[in-house]
Design a protein around this ligand. Structure first.
Ligand SMILES: *Cc1c(COP(=O)(O)O)cnc(C)c1O
Ligand SMILES: [Zn+2]
Length: 424
């Protein structure tokens, strides 16, 4: 069944064949994958999806690949956790965590987009895959290229966290650290893509790549028993994920797989890099680029490619946006970990902090059903919490030593110096 009709310009609507293209020749608008929904509707039922594999590929009818998945077969279907402790801490009735800290294989939601993009790149016959990345995409492209036996070139800003660098190098790609911020890396990569003709997953393969993010939304709806929540809070970098979760939910509505989608989509960004949230707060659809300065490096895109569309989704859905300072990001990471036992990266701290503010300001009513998007694993951004945690207690290997320490712990007296801080 040819379910993909082709590519379509988001601005002028001009249609293109499903090739490795990403901008409209006429108006320079971004291209998007267009589907034959009536045909999909005839084939796709809840039952058919539920009988599929426990991965993103159960939604293959709504993904832009022709054959079978070539890589990333175990990606997706991450837990949707009813977060009772966090709900209590935030003073709300019903809150869920969509937990992509445990997404396979590289522990962030980026595996969803890369599984689709690399499969598509292989269908197109590319020999080299590449990306411009703020970190998680680097990990994921390197891992999937290894699985696919493809050469890879990964471009990142030179100041990336150690965990993101090692978590890329281990797959033996060509890692290129560029002395500049993400926006400069991205500009350079556009030129490299033109010159060398490689499959840059988030540049010339971007229309296909972006579709992978829809599965985050499909899973939330399916895991809630085939319904859309009242709110989803989404961390935004380039603004693609929030746009595509919305597209995914609207597709389920169109296909009759959920009754209705009245979800309000909220964007979460760092105060030190929040161009999309700035626009939302100013009520202007012009995204003003910023120079990023935040510990949330995975979200540090000052000139977001899909910023305008993210803004549109937020406004159309009746959502809003909030910023998080570096201090609030760390507090958010600690709150999520101490209430739910989930160690998220800095982006998760941004989401928790923004959610807290959306609730406190009354934008998100306390009785509504809220889902927060936790998109990456905390083991990759350990620098962020160094020195911000209760230190370990050091004792001699003797019961008396422990008894004394316990006395001090219970009396709340401060104990030994912070192990982590003192070693760095
Ligand atoms: C890339 C990324 C995002 C945001 O992705 P966009 O689609 O660019 O908005 C969110 N969280 C994490 C952890 C990411 O790595
Ligand atoms: Zn166009």
């Amino acid at each position: 069944m040819p379910k993909v009709k082709g590519l379509k310009c988001r601005e002028c609507g001009r249609e293109y064949p499903a090739e490795p293209l990403h901008v409209c020749e006429f108006c320079f608008g971004p291209l998007e994958v267009a589907y034959d929904y009536p045909a999909i509707k005839r084939a796709m039922t809840r039952k058919r999806i539920e009988a599929g594999p426990p991965s993103i590929w159960r939604y293959q009818d709504l993904l832009p690949i022709e054959g079978e998945a070539a890589v990333g077969r175990h990606c997706g279907m991450t837990p949707l956790i009813k977060a009772t402790n966090l709900a209590k801490a935030l003073g709300v009735k019903e809150l869920y965590v969509k937990n992509d800290t445990v997404n396979h294989p590289t522990l962030s939601f980026k595996d969803r987009v890369v599984a689709v993009a690399v499969t598509k790149a292989m269908e197109f016959g590319f020999q080299v895959v590449a990306c411009a990345s703020t970190g998680n995409l680097a990990n994921s492209v390197a891992a999937h290229a290894a699985e696919a036996n493809l050469e890879s070139f990964i471009f990142v800003p030179a100041d990336l966290e150690q965990g993101k660098v090692l978590g890329t190098l281990i797959y033996n790609p060509n890692l290129v650290a560029v002395e500049g911020n993400y926006d400069e890396v991205n500009r350079l990569c556009s030129e490299i893509a033109d010159k060398y003709g490689w499959a840059f997953v988030n540049i010339n393969i971007r229309p296909y790549y972006a579709e992978g993010s829809k599965t985050f939304g499909y899973e939330i709806a399916e895991q809630l028993g085939w319904r859309a929540p009242d709110h989803i809070v989404v961390p935004a970098a380039g603004g693609s994920l929030i746009t595509k979760i919305w597209k995914g939910l609207k597709e389920l509505e169109t296909l009759g797989l959920i009754k209705e989608c009245k979800t309000r989509m909220h964007a979460a960004q760092a105060a030190g890099c929040g161009p999309i949230v700035n626009s939302i707060k100013e009520g202007s659809d012009t995204i003003k680029p910023v120079k990023p300065k935040t510990i949330a490096k995975s979200l540090a895109i000052g000139n977001p490619a899909d910023g305008y569309y993210a803004y549109k989704v937020v406004v159309e859905s009746g959502g809003y946006g909030e910023h998080a300072t570096d201090e609030e990001i760390v507090d958010g990471m600690k709150l999520l970990a101490s209430t739910e036992g989930i160690f998220s990266e800095t982006a998760g701290g941004v989401t928790v902090a923004a959610t807290k503010r959306l609730i406190e300001t009354g934008v998100v009513p306390r009785d509504d059903l809220i889902v927060i998007s936790i998109t990456g694993n905390g083991l990759k951004t350990q620098e962020a919490v160094v020195g911000a945690l209760k230190p370990a207690t050091y004792i001699k290997p003797a019961l008396r030593s422990f008894d004394e320490a316990l006395g001090r712990l219970r009396s709340g007296a401060s104990i030994e110096p912070n192990l982590i801080a003192s070693r760095s």
